[in-house]
Write a protein that binds this ligand. Structure first.
Ligand code: MG
Length: 252
């Protein structure tokens, strides 16, 4: 009887399941969002704050501080586009996405964690830059904030930490310059060529032609599902008032 007692108080006996560990990322020793995965070393980005980088000739301007004509809400209870004030767009509610669809090419975004944010891990300073609405380059306060390596700033979320932590402090403008090659699918949905991405964070290359494992996901191993070669660019609302200024796309 004494031996049986632990079984009676075990949650399994009442149908509750213990928390499952996240799956191992194929080809690595790490679980998805593994806190033990080595964190990239900090590097000095070289500038106190990133200079504004207006769109080059031929680029599609998606945000220039003057308005939000290029954007529409993406879901949400009271769908709205984020307001622009003093040339800065501030995340306020629901995700947003571009009206138009884009594919392979160069993407540029400038973002800022407002000064004075109280942050902890994934909370307090989180947004995301979603290429083709599916592939997230993480936006996070990672200058003075520890989280799992595949979820820090400039991580290809849930897959690859950046090679270096080029983060700047709260209140400073930061930039991503991203070269993206959309994945290619066969008619029947089979993947012919994965998405390939290069990310430059504040002037430092942190992903160099990295092949993505699939569509960004949380606590699961990423896989692909067939989609068109172009789709809107989306920005994530994670509850935090992250700020944006120049965003542009130069198609290939
Ligand atoms: Mg995010």
């Amino acid at each position: 009887m004494r031996r049986l007692l632990p079984l009676l108080v075990c949650p399994l006996a009442f149908g509750a399941e213990p928390a499952k560990p996240n799956p191992i990322i194929p080809g690595t020793n790490w679980q998805v969002h593994d806190m033990n995965r080595p964190k990239p070393a900090k590097v000095e980005a070289g500038k106190a704050s990133c200079q504004a980088s207006p769109a080059p000739k031929g680029a599609v301007v998606l945000l220039d501080g003057k308005g939000t004509d290029a954007w529409v809400p993406r879901g949400g209870k009271k769908p709205q586009v984020w307001p622009v004030k003093d040339g800065v767009m501030v995340a306020t509610a629901n995700d947003i996405k571009t009206k138009d669809a884009f594919g392979s090419g160069r993407y540029h975004v400038e973002w800022r964690i407002p000064a004075g944010r109280k942050v902890s891990g994934q909370s307090g300073g989180n947004s995301g830059f979603f290429l083709l609405e599916r592939y997230e380059v993480q936006i996070l306060e990672s200058f003075d904030n520890v989280t799992y390596a595949d979820g820090q700033a400039a991580a290809l979320y849930g897959q690859y930490p950046p090679a270096s932590n080029a983060s700047l402090p709260q209140g400073e403008w930061q930039s991503y310059d991203i070269d993206f090659e959309a994945p290619v699918f066969a008619e029947d949905g089979k993947l012919i060529k994965p998405a390939v991405v290069t990310v430059v964070h504040n002037g430092i290359t942190v992903h160099d032609r990295q092949e993505l494992m699939g569509i960004s996901t949380h606590k699961r191993v990423a896989t692909y599902a067939k989609h068109p070669p172009t789709a809107p660019l989306a920005l994530q609302f994670h509850g935090d008032p992250i700020e944006f200024r120049n965003i542009w796309h130069l198609p290939r």
